[in-house]
Every structure is written in structure tokens, then in C-alpha cells.
Design a protein around this ligand. Structure first.
Ligand code: SF4
Length: 91
């Protein structure tokens, strides 16, 4: 059982949260496909698995939603999933 509560929350109260990102030293192409339509389900799954264990996942997702990031996988959500989330949240 983890002793650090941040490990389970996906959120850290740190303005430098990016420095704790699981993807910090990874190839950005994993998270920024040029065209989600052409990205295979396997590629999306790889990115999502990385995000799932990221301790700043909610910081990342909140940033993407707050800044209307149109492209890439942020906080474990694809651009389509974020768009759907925003659409359903505002109804
Ligand atoms: S949630 Fe995913 S994209 Fe966001 S910082 Fe973590 S690993 Fe990177």
C-alpha cells in the first residue's frame, strides 16, 4: 500500500507539477499524434497506460481542459474524449 497520498490521487499541489510527469523524458509523439484518426487503438492504449500511473494525471487533465488543448492525450484522455467531456459537462 502506497504511503504517499499523491500516488493515488493523480493530483499534486505543486506549481511545478510537470516535473513529476510520468512522460517527462518520453517521446512526445506517444501523446501527440498528428492525427488521432490515424492513431491506432494500441498506440492510444500505450499512452493511456502511462497516464494511468502518472501522479500528476489530474493536474495535466485540468490544464488541458482549462486551456482548451485541442490535440494530444492529456491526463489519459484523447482530444475526442475531452471534447465529449466538455460538451456533456456544460449541459
Ligand atoms: S497524465 Fe499523461 S500526458 Fe499528462 S503528464 Fe502524466 S503522463 Fe504526461
Amino acid at each position: 500500500m502506497p504511503t504517499n497520498p499523491e500516488l493515488n490521487s493523480g493530483y499534486v499541489s505543486d506549481t511545478n507539477w510537470r516535473q513529476k510527469a510520468e512522460c517527462l523524458k518520453m517521446d512526445p509523439d506517444i501523446f501527440y499524434p498528428h492525427n488521432e484518426q490515424k492513431q491506432s487503438d494500441d498506440e492510444i492504449a500505450i499512452a493511456k497506460r502511462i497516464c494511468a500511473k502518472c501522479i500528476v494525471r489530474l493536474n495535466c487533465l485540468n490544464y488541458a481542459l482549462s486551456n482548451a488543448e485541442k490535440y494530444g492525450i492529456w491526463g489519459g484522455m484523447t482530444e475526442k474524449e475531452r471534447a465529449l467531456f466538455i460538451k456533456t459537462r456544460t449541459k
